[in-house]
Write a new protein. Structure first.
Length: 463
């Protein structure tokens, strides 16, 4: 029998206690590590879940549209998105964009947030080739998040696109559009287009932004019962199975509170419109219109189409295009009265501009011939008055003793009236008896492409 003394028993008991304590420490440490790992995994899962919930999305449906060669009705694209703001952007002018109702936009439309729709239509394709365009829908704040919509249009016939069993050509643009106030509504009328089956009516508050299609009609009149305050511009297009025409010239009405429904009689159109190349400019000029307070010039550069006509307001009788590129420029000039009503017709001219060239005019390079001559006599002078000629720098006075005789240039002084519509030349050494006078307009010497006008018809006076 082995005996252990008390001291040995105590020592063994102490060692056993120490071993148990050490083992428990390892267990507790392991538990701590396990909980830490679980906490990290849970945090990562929660972080990823949050990120997943915040991930932006933008989808379009359908992603491609197909149109035939003729001008089309709209096709709708659905936008599913959780971004704060998205844009729909066109890349070609033959595509047109609406915001899901009947509001035609420019080349870009911006929606506030969330889901929405856009509507797309195309112009008639008159070429013998099919064409493809792209519409980009993107996050306005993160343009890397974008979806494309492909627009495909079938080929035309090289000039007569679309349409079978009916009209084979696109209609001409309507003419004679007028806007007449009828109570609180605007009544529009225009001339019939021979091969049109219907008409689209458009409105805008100015001539430079997108047009809004008000509706369509099979007749040649339309009532706008939602007349807006301020500027109201109207256009009409003719439509058949081959497509939609160019826009008509616009009709304009300024609707102001307290206007009382005035008559708004249009002024006459400007006459004598010319477009002349002069150095690095094209100078457009026209005769003054007595009922006009200003003029509107529509112009088209070689890079534009008729649908892209824009306006430039001017109170003078000239309009200058600076630094043009080579090509043909077309101009239409309307007169505007004090009620902001435009003439229903216009004067037009074009210029074939050549960079570095000296020619290229939209007609003659001569100044317009002075008109409207009148004569008045004082004690020691005769005054000849006439209409101011656009682009004229000065005037020469010629005198003769017979209507068909030789006219000699004489010294004279002159100046204009306050409205700058009439110029008066004074002969300070008049002859006794009957004298006959003619006037010639002279351009500024730096306008090398302009020459003096023909001499005017004569005016006579007896002293």
């Amino acid at each position: 029998m082995i005996k252990m003394n008390k001291q040995t028993s105590v020592m063994e008991s102490g060692n056993h206690f120490k071993n148990r304590k050490s083992w428990n420490s390892w267990i507790n440490c392991g538990k701590f590590l396990l909980f830490a790992i679980l906490a990290i995994i849970t945090g990562l899962f929660t972080f990823n879940s949050c990120n997943k919930e915040q991930e932006k999305s933008l989808e379009v449906s359908p992603t491609s549209l197909q149109f035939d060669a003729g001008a089309s009705d709209y096709q709708t694209v659905n936008i599913t998105s959780n971004v704060s703001t998205w844009d729909a952007i066109l890349s070609d002018s033959w595509c047109h964009l609406e915001n899901g109702s009947t509001t035609e936009m420019g080349n870009e439309y911006q929606l506030g947030s969330g889901n929405g729709t856009i509507r797309i239509r195309v112009d008639v394709n008159t070429s013998a080739y099919s064409r493809t365009s792209k519409i980009e829908v993107r996050d306005d704040n993160d343009q890397s998040l974008a979806k494309d919509i492909t627009v495909y249009q079938a080929a035309g016939t090289g000039g007569n696109a679309g349409g079978s069993g009916g009209s084979t050509t696109t209609p001409a643009a309507p003419t004679g559009l007028t806007a007449t106030l009828s109570g609180s509504n605007m009544y529009l009328t225009w001339n019939s287009v021979s091969n049109a089956t219907s008409y689209y009516v458009y409105w805008a508050s100015n001539t430079t932004s997108g047009k809004y299609r008000l509706g369509n009609t099979t007749g040649t009149n339309y009532l706008d019962d939602g007349l807006m305050q301020g500027d109201n511009y109207y256009w009409v297009t003719a439509v058949n199975s081959a497509g939609e025409s160019n826009y008509s010239s616009y009709a304009y009405y300024k609707n102001g509170s307290g206007s009382g429904g005035g008559t708004n009689t249009p002024p006459p159109a400007p006459t004598g419109v010319t477009a002349i190349q002069s150095g690095a400019q094209i100078i457009v000029s026209w005769n003054s219109v007595s009922q006009a307070s200003s003029y509107v010039v529509w112009y088209m550069s070689p890079m534009q189409t008729f649908e892209d006509f824009v306006t430039a307001y001017t109170n003078s009788y000239t309009f200058t295009w600076n630094n043009p590129v080579s090509g043909t420029y077309s101009f239409k000039v309307y007169s505007t009265n004090s009620s902001y009503v435009n003439s229903t017709t216009y004067g037009s001219a074009s210029c074939n501009y050549t960079i570095g060239g000296g020619g290229g005019t939209g007609g003659t390079t001569k100044l317009a011939t002075p008109t409207g001559l009148t004569a008045a006599s004082g004690l020691s002078f005769v005054q000849i008055s006439f209409n101011i000629v656009p682009l004229a720098n000065t005037y020469q006075l010629y005198r003769s003793t017979s209507a068909s005789g030789t006219y000699s240039k004489i010294a004279s002084s002159g100046g204009s009236n306050m409205a700058y519509t009439i110029w008066t030349l004074t002969d300070s050494n008049p002859l006794t008896g009957t004298s006959y006078y003619k006037v010639q307009a002279i351009p500024l010497s730096t306008m090398t492409n302009l020459t003096a006008s023909d001499m005017s018809n004569y005016v006579s006076i007896t002293r």
